[in-house]
Ligand binder design. Structure first.
Ligand SMILES: [Ca+2]
Length: 526
């Protein structure tokens, strides 16, 4: 037992008027003392490249000083991979610990609501005596199940003066979404902290999702900052297949000057859903920052490559400003835990639903099995268990989270979950038979951004991907020689034996997880 745990246990025992011996004989009491609280903070589309603890794109000022506190006190995962890189499906995987083809939530568009009657980890925690809550973005269309308390945004939600839905219905609140979600979470923590029961809170931020509207306190934070460009900003997709050449997610063509970058030529016509929601005060503060940017842009609009460069900078200025509010939110929660003394027995996790492109390959958005959207940030602070400042390179996944939460809470893990508890990994004792390959399957095509359907597998060094549905193309990447994934080596004869080996392993994985191309075809649109 670690020194702090001894301390806490004695303190609690004294409060309960019991001696250590008496407590040791009382299993239920012991369980009550040992079970940790869990706070899972998830943002939406937060690229690991935009977290300073990951050595992100910006060093000074560090964009995420509070999120970095979790890394400093806990473990940073450098290979946390998602199974289907898009919002709703990631959330369904998180809840169920099952791949999309089994939990039934495969894509955001043309999708039946999430079947909330199925087994989820919050239900199992609730049955085991945990108080459970989800506050913020939900994005699964049906009402949440398995939560004592829930208050969610409809769909993607709005940045300014958003609507919330709870058991009583739908209402609108004045304020900035990130700050409102934080306040609601702290209010809920206040109601449960003295309940005598452990709790699990899912604090799900909308930010920094497109169209990246910074909050009133961060509007001008990055307006004069120049960000370094990724080396692949002008990628021409040579040496790759049809999918990369036909997508619709480039900064150059897809990103819109007005709605995405707020460059409305006539400021009076700035009537997107987001900005029309602002109060006169909010709008005045907004205009005081954006009108000069708009004016300057249209005086001498950049062209060609310079326009792409300009759009990239404008994009990151707003994106990082949205993240600044998320980071403050994380700081508020950590401070609250510290002030209330809950910090020693509360696990805090920070993650994004998936990764995101910040100009790599000329892109924004997600969906692909390429690194920036396939990897997601994951930081875990667990006092007395996780070595502070530790870094882990094992292949972990968002499909592991459900089982991890259950084991953290001492709840038995159902056999039909498809991930694996990361608790031993968090303890620095990764089992020898930990996964050596990870399975991926993306479905939303045709759809936004036109990223073709693909499934595949990654190992430490390689990726094998198959694009199907309207094409039949394989791709393979060697991350060691080609870390930026610019060269498909599938047909390179020098990789013939590697290819054969990867195919075999992919087939095995598909059998293991109950997926197949035939099954995938049953999910195709009419
Ligand atoms: Ca997302």
């Amino acid at each position: 037992m670690t020194p702090w745990k001894m301390q806490i246990d004695f303190k609690l025992l004294a409060a309960l008027g019991l001696s250590a011996t008496a407590a040791a004989c009382t299993n239920t009491l012991e369980t009550r003392i040992e079970r940790p609280n869990i706070i899972y903070i998830m943002s939406d589309d937060h690229a690991y490249q935009a977290i300073s603890a990951y050595g992100g794109i910006l060093k000074d000022p560090a964009p995420t000083p509070n999120i970095d506190r979790i890394a400093r006190d806990g473990m940073r995962f450098d290979r946390c991979l998602v199974t289907n890189s898009i919002s709703g499906p990631c959330r369904a995987v998180l809840l169920t610990g099952k791949y999309s083809h089994l939990n039934g939530f495969l894509m955001n568009e043309r999708q039946q609501p999430f079947d909330g009657s199925q087994q989820t980890f919050p239900k199992l925690l609730q049955q085991a005596g945990y108080r459970t809550a989800i506050i913020g973005k939900w994005h699964l269309q049906s009402d949440p199940t398995g939560f004592d308390h829930w208050e969610i945004l409809p769909g993607q939600g709005n940045y300014y003066n958003p609507e919330f839905i709870n058991k009583e219905g739908r209402h609108r609140e004045e304020g900035y979404v990130t700050e409102l979600i934080t306040d609601k979470c702290i209010q809920w923590l206040n109601t449960v902290k003295s309940s005598g029961k452990p709790f699990m809170l899912m604090m799900h931020h909308k930010a920094p999702h497109r169209e990246w509207q910074p909050g009133p306190n961060e509007l001008s934070l990055y307006k004069d900052v120049t960000f370094p460009e990724p080396s692949t900003l002008f990628d021409d997709y040579s040496n790759r297949g049809t999918a990369e050449k036909t997508q619709d997610m480039t900064i150059s063509k897809t990103m819109r000057l007005a709605e995405d970058l707020k460059l409305y030529q006539d400021p009076d016509k700035a009537k997107t859903a987001g900005m029309s929601r602002m109060t006169p005060e909010q709008k005045a503060a907004w205009d005081s920052v954006y009108n000069p940017i708009i004016k300057k842009f249209y005086q001498l609009p950049p062209e060609g490559e310079n326009l792409i460069r300009f759009k990239y900078q404008r994009y990151l200025q707003d994106y990082l400003a949205c993240i600044a509010a998320v980071d403050k939110s994380v700081g508020e929660v950590l401070d609250y835990l510290s002030v209330t003394g809950l910090d020693n027995n509360t696990i805090v996790i920070y993650a994004s639903d998936q990764g995101f492109y910040l100009g790599e390959h000329g892109w924004f958005d997600k969906r692909w099995m390429f690194e920036q959207s396939y990897r997601t940030p994951l930081l875990v602070r667990w006092p007395g268990v996780v070595e502070p400042g530790s870094v882990n390179n094992d292949m972990v996944s968002n499909i592991d989270l459900a089982e991890t939460f259950l084991e953290m809470a001492g709840v038995e893990v159902p056999e039909d979950m498809q991930g694996r508890s990361m608790v031993p990994v968090l303890k620095g004792k990764t089992p020898r038979n930990w996964r050596k390959e990870h399975y991926y399957h993306y479905y939303e095509y045709p759809g936004s951004h036109m990223v073709k359907r693909h499934y595949g597998m990654s190992t430490e060094q390689y990726k094998l991907m198959h694009y199907y549905y309207d094409i039949d193309e394989w791709e393979m990447y060697d991350l060691k020689t080609d870390p930026y994934e610019l060269k498909n080596v599938y047909n390179d004869p020098s990789y013939a034996s590697v290819k054969k080996n990867l195919h075999k392993r992919l087939e095995k994985l598909m059998v293991k997880f109950g997926d197949s191309e035939d099954l995938a075809k049953t999910f195709l649109p009419e």
